[in-house]
Design a protein around this ligand. Sequence first.
Ligand SMILES: C[S@@+](CC[C@H](N)C(=O)[O-])C[C@H]1O[C@@H](n2cnc3c(N)ncnc32)[C@H](O)[C@@H]1O
Length: 375
Amino acid sequence: MNIDLPMLPTLRDEIRAAGGAVTFARFMELCLYHPQHGYYNSERVKLGKQGDFYTNMHMGPVFARILARHFESVWDALGKPERFDLVELGPGDGQFARELLPWIARRFPEFASAVHYLAIEQSPRLRDSLQQALVATGAQVRVEHDLPDDTAITGCIFAHEFFDALPVHILVWHDGRWMERCVGLNGDALAWFERGPSAPTLIAEAEKRFDPEIPPGAREDGWQAEISPASSAWAKRLDHALVRGEMLVVDYGYTLDEWQMGRFREGSAMGYREHRAVVDLLASPGDQDLTAHVNFDLFLETLAKQADGRTAADVRLRTQSRFLMAVGESDQFADVLSDCTDDKELQQRARQLKTLILPEGMGSTFQVLQLRKRM
Ligand SMILES: C[S@@+](CC[C@H](N)C(=O)[O-])C[C@H]1O[C@@H](n2cnc3c(N)ncnc32)[C@H](O)[C@@H]1O
């Protein structure tokens, strides 16, 4: 561990004030979002080639152009309302909107006049650069730090690698009971500790993981359940805000069936730095990304509870590959491959498209959760 990291004194103070340990969720929250030293609030470049990880957004204009076609089809299905809200959660460096908005203006001018784009980004530094970059597109844009309480959305909510960046509690099944993994100190160094769960609701959530047919005595020791109250709270807020339209979540995740079959039995939380996965979650606090796979089932359950006139057919979970193929089918990906100036650029676009779609690229790593309401 780098002992000079500016995040460390803050962490030590908070751990001592909390009586010797904080939950992993609190640790993750501080490491990613502390106003000065948090990973997403510090100056170092995080995304893309110079940063720590690539996302779909860094595949040239390809991803944004396919999504533009998709959003236009949602607008069409809604009966072409005069105003179409496009709300992006956690846009980061705004790469997506910078490609998307000018392309919509060029390719779908009628739709463009209806689009009101709203970026929700917690980082003040990223908000400033987003504001500048997006106003320059000439589109109707707003940048906010949080979703305003009175928001009523007719259009689409888009969350790309947003939920995997929200804090998770880590519960572990040990000796016939749930314990919570916490971060404390061994001298001045960060160290793992186990404590009883910090809230009874976490136990209730963790209990939903194991197959109810299997008696607790037959459960295997050491299985970990990552619980994200922050994700559940966002899901409820978004469902409330969405009046008509679609919520589109693109992320990596798993279903309960997969968890029960042993996928992520030791948890999915992972660090990333300079394009390498880091298993030690306590290494480089504030200076490495921390992320956890999204539990799509609990997410779906939260949304299903709010049912609100929705039928099961309105909720769909597919691989990114299937989703992009379905959207691109309507124009045989002509949008993506158009306006290339030479053969080299055409080849490059084709490669980017393949990376997004092929299962051995990002096509099966990412899943697309699509939830439609009153459409
Ligand atoms: C993993 S990055 C993804 C960035 C971008 N969507 C992409 O895929 O390239 C997560 C982003 O969500 C933002 N974020 C996390 N929690 C947030 C919150 N509660 N409100 C608003 N933005 C948040 C972070 O600051 C960061 O920009």
